[in-house]
Design a protein around this ligand. Sequence first.
Ligand SMILES: *Cc1c(COP(=O)(O)O)cnc(C)c1O
Length: 518
Amino acid sequence: MHPLAQLDHRFLWHPFTQMRDWLKREPIVIVSGRGTVLRDVKGREYLDANASIWTNLHGHNHPKINAAIRRQLGKIAHASALGLANEPASRLAAELVAAVNPGGGRRADSKHFATESDRAANSCPRLPKVFFSDDGSTALEVALKLAHEFARRTGRSWRPKFLSLQGAYHGDTVGAVSLGHIDLFHKAYAGLRFKCDAVMAPYCYRCPFNRARPERADAREYRRCHWECVDQVERKFAAQKKRGQPYAGFVFEPLVQGAAGLVPQPDGWLRRVAAIARGQGALLIADEVMTGFGRTGAADSGRLFACHQEGVQPDFLCVAKGLTGGYLPMAATLTTQAVFDAFLGEYDEFKTFFHGHSFTANPLGAAAALANLALLDSPSSLRARRQLEISLRQELAGLWSLPNVGDARQVGLVAGIELVKDWRTRAPFELRERAGLRVCEAMARRGVLTRPIGNVVVLMPPYCTTPAQVRRMVSVLREAIAEVHGGGPVRTGRPRGERRTFLKPEPSVRGYRARPDA
Ligand SMILES: *Cc1c(COP(=O)(O)O)cnc(C)c1O
């Protein structure tokens, strides 16, 4: 075993990992990356089909993001936001406000106006204030605490209560855990959590109200229902109102729930439930930690956030993972003037928001984030995103011939492939069968890295991923499914014109140098 792998085995405890299994195998030790390609300590190369846990947008080692971080590093790495301002964070806050208010702010005279209403929104941005933190969990934590206190101060509720979606995951700090509804993750901490109601999330493939028989297509396309999932939301709000304690906030991931299993919403769902929640006076808390910054497609509209694709502007918009292009930990919670104003007062009224982290508004992270936003705006990024969406769609179509593929669902630049025992019955694999994990292990042996969510294999490549690389990811997925679930590997061969970028012979370990760029 490589000495670095040995150190890992001896000292590290990995997140979301059964360490007994981990310790049975030599881990892949990543030392460098370029674009979509990751390289390990033995010189093997892999395609990063999971965007390094959903964070990476423009590829690894991007010269512009690297340069932005280096430039900032030459000035200062960190300065406190408790009592001080700093340059990159100030600039970033302004850019974020412009980005999350459609067509907004400093891009006022640009092509970014999709509609007249976007133009109107720009003159008075709905989300003019930015609170920085470090991770997705903390971004949600901030939204939650602000919404909670806002409900109390405005007299809406003395014991504010929240509603979120079944299967939801909003992070691992205790507030964020309270909003989640994945028993496997959250049940153990029931005693720590505050109460947060769950309401049915649209999950067309496994929806009890969907009367359609399984077909070889994304379940949203052939579903037969009467929007019962929307009725459920309506009923939930009505019942809570009857109890005299209307919900303070409605928390959701727009367009697609990530950790719930890449569960996509049919067109129009968000628009409908957002109207219901607003009608009941609840604040909308959008978790765009996974979906934000173009991941859900629609590159041509210039819109970077999933809720805007449904014409919804929330009261809180939380971003993290891709904010710095996936280079450094940083998060932001954007909110309204009304929420901000509820915390204004004389010093000794103590209306201050008493919350913050040591690394809040970190200059290095903010510099990376500024470079990320500039890249997202560039014509080449728009082209790449458009192309990636098309490549994914084309390649995924080839999966329907496999009997163990039940649903293959794509939302922009992310896809979930749900593995089943038999597509005709939708019969699920039991979790203990590790159906998704085994497929991902077989993919790793072929040089493609991703992680499953239960029985759902995730493909979330960086935006710079080429059509040939997407083809490779999907053909490796095909081979892996065939190997694990259906009678030996299928030889699909390498598509023409593709460079061999992985499974190179292992150079001797002595050739290893610790500098990642070496
Ligand atoms: C990853 C994720 C989080 C948590 O973010 P961390 O940075 O891991 O704390 C919250 N919400 C969503 C939708 C996520 O995908």
